[in-house]
Write a protein that binds this ligand. Sequence first.
Ligand SMILES: Nc1ncnc2c1ncn2[C@@H]1O[C@H](COP(=O)(O)OP(=O)(O)OP(=O)(O)O)[C@@H](O)[C@H]1O
Length: 267
Amino acid sequence: MSAHPDRDILAEAHGLGVFRAGRWIIHGIDLTVRRGEIVTLIGPNGSGKSTTAKTVIGLMAPDAGTVHRAPGLRIGYVPQSLSMDGTLPLTVSRLLTLTQRCPPDAIRRALEAVGIPHLARAQVHSLSGGEFQRALLARAMLRDPDLLVLDEPVQGVDVQGESALYALIGRIRENTGCGILLISHDLHVVMAATDTVVCLNGHVSCRGTPQAVVSNPAYQKLFGRAAADTLAVYRHHEHGHDHDHDHDDHPEPSTHPRTEEAADHAR
Ligand SMILES: Nc1ncnc2c1ncn2[C@@H]1O[C@H](COP(=O)(O)OP(=O)(O)OP(=O)(O)O)[C@@H](O)[C@H]1O
């Protein structure tokens, strides 16, 4: 973390609330993403992860609270789903330039960065799930974002592919210094790759480092059996990697290792 943490803030939300169809689908959410930090929103289906992310980046207007974004902030966003007509001929290169103009060299570099330079001319509908997610990531990176927002980036990807994608996301953070807001409802893989986990259930149930969150009763209550499994996996993971982490080859988490329980006033 730099000596000027406030200058590193890319986006910050206070007391965020979104009211739809007669109810608060999220409320009272505080969230900060800093340069070089990976923040992961986890929570069950319908817990408000996508709504929170969309509000933070300005795609949705909040009905309560405030959002501050750094002036001139460049955002790369990979939405949860992208409906595409499978019959439409569309190459990967063209997918990358549908909504933005960029030179062939930039396309090549973006595809290289996500490990699929050989697929530039492939048809999008022929890609595997993992290749498609990588292509979407390349598309978001073409904007040279300060803040990369990835809504369920590993959906449709097998377990091995998942780890590879999270490793890639970690490398993107290290190589570009961007901040990353990740959304996920899977637990252990994403948590290991994260600085700060925010556990949502309409409101913030708990937050902190992955270590702090997995031990938090609010997290365990929200995820039940899956939480216990994560705890076991995470401890195993941590233990298994202790010796590697003696050398300072991983950046320190960029937020304080705190665990915070919000008042449980949901709904
Ligand atoms: N425009 C809307 N009008 C009414 N309800 C909405 C609207 N948008 C979202 N919701 C509801 O708000 C809740 C939160 O939705 P959101 O997509 O943010 O959840 P999520 O945590 O991302 O879920 P998932 O894990 O299933 O992707 C859901 O119950 C959803 O049905």
